[in-house]
Each structure stands twice: as C-alpha cells, then as structure tokens.
Design a binder for this molecule. Structure first.
Ligand code: FAD
Length: 372
C-alpha cells in the first residue's frame, strides 16, 4: 500500500504524520512554508489539545508555554473572573507547530518544506514541484483551500468574520495582572482574546464582522483605536509595545463549517478543512488534533474517507453548532451583557459551557485518548 500524502504541516498535518509514522508508515508531508511562521490563532491550548499532543509523545513542558488557570470575561465596564475547570497553556503556534513537525520527522515521516499543493485531482496532486500520485490524500491545509478540493461551507456556517492576531509586550504591571488568565473582551461586532504566551509576550487575537471593520475604514490603526475604546483593553494596552507593526489577518472565517462527507473516498479532510469552531471556545486546535487521530486510524485500518468524516462530524458537530449559536447571541448588546451577567451569577455556568463546547470526553476515549 502506498504511503499517504499530507498537504499542510500545521497541527492537523503534523499530528497525522506523527501517528502514521509511529505506526510504521512513511507519510509524505508537504508544507508550503520554508521556515516556521507565526499563525493566526489565540494560542490557548486546552486540556484536550494537550492530551492529544502528549499522546503523540511531544514534550510540551520543554516548549515553555505560559500557564493559564482562569478566564476574565469583559463587556463594557463589566468584568467577571472565574477559574478554568482545567489548566490551559499559552504557547505560540510558531513554536508548537514546528516542534510537532520535527517530532513527526524524527518518527520517520518525510517532511518537505517549501512545497505547495496547487490542485487536487482524482488520486493525483499537482504541486509546485510537479505531480504526484496520491490515492490517499490527507488535506490539512487549514484555512487555505486547494483547487479541485475547495470547501463547500455547510448549512448554518457563520460567514463574514475577519480575524487579527498581534503580539504585545505589556507594561510590567499589566503583564502581572494578565498572568495566569485568558481575557475575553466582547464588543459590538466581535470579540478579542488577550493572554500570555511564552517569552513574556501577550497574544491579542480578535474577530470582527467584516461590515464593522469596513465601517472603521478597514485599517489596523483604526481598529486598534476602536479596541482601546473598550476601557479594559485601553488599560491593558497602555504603554504596551507592539512586537510587529502589522497584525496577521484572515478574512471570511467559515465558523460552524463541518464537512459531512462527499468527495472521493481517498480524500481525508483534517483540521480546519473538516470543521471550524468559533475561536472563543479555545478548542479549534483540539478538534484539529482529534481529526488527525481519527483520520490516521482510518487510513491504518483501510477505512475510507466517508466513514471517517461521518465519525468526526458525530464527535464534534453538536458543540460546533452550540458555539456558533452562542457567538451569534453575543454579537448584540443584550447577549453580551447577559453572558457576562450569567457567568457572574452562576459559578457553575463556566465549567458547563466549557464542557459543552469541547470535544466530548467519550469521543476522546473512543479515539484511544485519556483526559485528566
Ligand atoms: C482568530 C482565530 C483564533 C483562534 N484561536 C484559537 C485558540 O486560542 N485555541 C485553539 O485551540 N484554536 C484556536 N483557533 C483555531 C485554530 O487556530 C485552528 O483550528 C487550527 O490552526 C487548525 O489547524 P490546521 O492544522 O487545520 O491548520 P493550520 O494550523 O492553518 O495549518 C495549515 C498548514 O498548511 C499549510 N498549507 C496551506 N496551504 C498549503 C498548500 N497549498 N500546500 C502546502 N501547505 C499548505 C500552511 O502553511 C499551514 O502550515 C483560532 C482560529 C482563529 C481564526
């Protein structure tokens, strides 16, 4: 049986490569970037994501992320603080994805960097370095669609959100106040997450409705000025140094998309190619890793892509729908204030919400994973 080809060496691609290599296969990973790069992501690593990475044999402690034990939800002048029901980590994707890809290589995966997939055909792949036969293709290109295999957003997908991510070095007093927390600031048309990552940096990641961004004049300085209209962000960012002049951006994130099958039986979609959960849930990476595990198991058992996609949709569809519903509600003023109010009044609301918007423990166990 020929070895699978994996397009994309992000979390989903790297994890699938590591699993297949550990099982004695020699998957070929094509990653278009020659060097490790920053990625647009809040970089909140949930307990499920950590369990997946640990099960792959990745030593997360060595990577030095920032521990996160609590959440602060802020809307207007109101803020509520709760402990998280698990210990999360703030870890840059540049460091994490690279470590995972190296790990997959050390296990025996063939990793080719600087090679782009250009088009997917029946059992074939066009790349920047020529054509390949690929009877089993694992498409893990994240937000980027490849010609011949574009995602058809599923019903209920929430369109028109734009994402931004930037690093800041906060003033010492603000960095100390942020330490150990992820802060979610809800504002008209979107929300921002602020949290520490390794090396003393803070990750500011936000999503905003395309229309709201256009109304601001579609520039980063104007958006930053809008953000500091929020008193909480004004305080945190006062005197902060931006690490790069411009943020990373992504347009039209298809939140809520779940691929439910269809397409060739040798084409397995992984990560964001298969399912996209609203970012506030902090579980996108766990879903990407979960998809990698299920896809690798399907390939090793000789199961087709259809069965794999149905299983993934069963495992993650419900919480993605709920997260989309919550995101829609939080867009309006009453929903935002109700969300913060409910967390303030009902201490059990946060653990419940966290449980409902995560990959269920039963699905993790079925995939052969234990979660603390
Ligand atoms: C604004 C925002 C904030 C988020 N915050 C969080 C968070 O805090 N916590 C969390 O768990 N999740 C978060 N997520 C979700 C998370 O980032 C994604 O779910 C996750 O990155 C998906 O991993 P992936 O491997 O599918 O894709 P990616 O990580 O995007 O990897 C895809 C890889 O494929 C490569 N590639 C692309 N096209 C090609 C090609 N044609 N040929 C070869 N290589 C190619 C890319 O270079 C990249 O390395 C967030 C998402 C957004 C948009």
């Amino acid at each position: 049986m020929s070895d699978p080809v994996i397009v994309g060496g992000g979390l989903a691609g790297g994890a699938a490569a590591a699993l297949l290599a550990a099982a004695g296969r020699r998957p070929l990973v094509l990653e278009r970037e020659r060097e490790p790069k920053d990625k647009i992501c809040g970089e909140f690593l949930s307990t499920e994501a950590q369990a997946h990475l640990a099960a792959l044999g990745l030593d997360l402690a060595r990577l030095g992320g920032a521990p996160i034990g609590g959440v602060r939800m802020v809307a207007g002048g109101r803020s509520v603080e709760r402990p998280l029901p698990f210990r999360a980590l703030g870890l840059t994707r540049k460091r994490l994805d690279e470590a995972l890809l190296e790990h997959a290589g050390a296990l025996g995966a063939q990793v080719r960097r600087g090679v782009s997939a250009r088009a997917v055909g029946e059992g074939r792949l066009e790349t920047s370095e020529g054509a390949l036969t690929a009877p089993r293709l694992l498409l893990a290109s994240g937000k980027h669609d490849v010609r011949g295999a574009r995602r058809e957003p599923s019903a209920g997908t929430l369109r028109g959100m734009v994402g931004f991510k930037s690093y800041f070095r906060l003033e010492p007093r603000q960095a100390a106040a942020l330490a150990g927390f992820v802060e979610v600031v809800l504002f008209d048309g979107g929300y921002a997450g602020l949290q520490p990552v390794e090396d003393g940096l803070a990750n500011l990641c936000l999503v905003i409705r395309q229309g709201a961004f256009e109304a601001l004049g579609k520039t980063w300085p104007a958006l930053q000025a809008r953000l500091v209209d929020e008193p909480h962000l004004a305080r945190r960012l006062e005197g902060a140094q931006a690490v790069s002049p411009r943020p990373l951006t992504v347009a039209d994130i298809p939140y809520g998309h779940v691929h439910r099958g269809g397409g060739p039986d040798g084409l397995y979609r992984l990560g964001d190619q298969a399912a996209v959960i609203p970012s506030f849930s902090g579980d996108g990476m766990a879903i990407a890793l979960h998809s990698a595990r299920l896809a690798a198991q399907a390939v090793l058992q000789g199961a087709g892509a259809g069965a794999y996609h149905r299983r993934l949709a069963d495992d993650v569809g419900r919480q993605i729908r709920l997260a989309v519903w919550l995101q829609r509600r939080a867009e309006g003023w009453p929903g935002r204030h109700a969300a913060v109010g409910a967390l303030g009044l009902v201490p059990a609301a946060l653990p419940r919400l966290a449980a409902w918007t995560r990959v269920p423990e039963a699905a993790l166990r079925r995939a052969g994973l234990g979660v603390a």
